[in-house]
Design a protein around this ligand. Structure first.
Ligand code: GTP
Ligand code: MG
Length: 287
């Protein structure tokens, strides 16, 4: 697809954005894995492995093999958490922001980035991932189009997380220039997380972003956000649709979706573990 055409479509595609905004409840309950381990089994599964927690709502016979492709043990999840906790010389911090690639910090450590429609919950997800490092400031807002720059956060010497501006409604003018260039040029980019809102499911702008990631041939994975907000039936429908799409219509997408709630911390511990894994920081894992 012509770059300019995609640029316009990504920046301008008006989506069915829900204006009904959620208030940010800054609960720290279940932020740490040791707290989660105190939960009874069903609740623990729901918080740590939200996909598996949904299995009981599925019709008999639905194939759930792809729900467990990345299926670490609790010990791996615990080990991964240590990377997200600052200690001694292990510093987690905001590095800098950039609107152009030549302003992006020169970092050689593995990197992952978070993309998705404005307001889908990218910054909130990063804030939840960093909830054990409360000094790290990640700004979230109920107003779509809040994040205007690429924001780089360094997790010690291990990896970098990048919070991207959103596409679609109120995307920054230079969105596509900045994000396309980043995705194409960033040598140390190990995985792109494409966030989809669990209440609204795939939107037109998401398909444009998927097309772009497929065209660039870079590995990506879907994250389903705000699962605390979606009624169970709708959540299950969107989960199955996205899993099916990833399996049948993509090349570069990891075939397991990661559902999360940045408010209740569901899926956050597993996602920390996946990030540690894809950045090469859990060498004992072979899944
Ligand atoms: N209920 C609920 N609300 C959430 C969750 N994650 C984010 N939100 C809310 O969604 C709104 C947008 O969150 P942000 O994290 O700023 O979204 P963003 O994708 O970074 O948005 P832009 O920077 O504008 O692209 C805020 O009002 C958040 O409180 C979640 O897991 N559950
Ligand atoms: Mg943001």
């Amino acid at each position: 697809m012509l770059r300019l055409q995609r640029l316009r479509r990504l920046a301008g595609a008006s989506c069915l954005l829900r204006r009904r905004s959620a208030t940010w409840r800054s609960s720290t309950k279940n932020a740490s894995f040791s707290e989660v381990l105190q939960l009874e089994d069903t609740k623990l599964t729901g918080v740590v492995f939200p996909l598996q927690g949904l299995e009981r709502y599925l019709a008999p016979g639905v194939n759930t093999a792809s729900f467990r492709i990345f299926n670490p043990g609790l010990d791996h999840i615990h080990r991964a958490e240590a990377l997200f906790k600052p200690s001694g010389r292990h510093v987690i911090d905001y590095v800098s922001s950039a609107v152009r690639m030549d302003h992006a910090p020169q970092l050689s450590q593995p990197e992952v980035c978070f993309v998705g429609r404005s307001n889908v919950g990218k910054s909130s997800l990063i804030k939840a991932l960093f909830s054990l490092a409360p000094d790290v400031e990640v700004r979230v807002s109920k107003t779509p189009g809040h994040t205007k720059k690429m924001n780089f956060f360094k997790v010690g010497k291990y990896f970098t997380l990048v919070d991207m501006p959103g596409y679609g409604y109120r995307a920054p003018q230079d969105f596509a220039d900045m994000v396309e260039a980043y995705l194409q040029e960033r040598q140390n980019l190990k995985r792109t997380f494409l966030l989809v809102d669990s209440v609204v499911g795939f939107q037109k702008a998401d398909h444009i972003a998927i097309e772009m990631l497929e065209e660039f041939g870079i590995p990506y994975v879907f994250v389903l956000t705000k699962i605390d907000k979606a009624p169970k039936g709708l959540l299950v429908k969107n989960v199955l649709e996205i899993q099916d799409f990833a399996e049948k219509h993509t090349q570069g997408c990891f075939p397991q979706l990661f559902p999360v709630s940045s408010i209740e911390y569901s899926g956050i511990h597993l996602l920390r573990c996946f990030i540690a894994h894809v950045t090469g920081n859990l060498p004992m894992m072979n899944s």
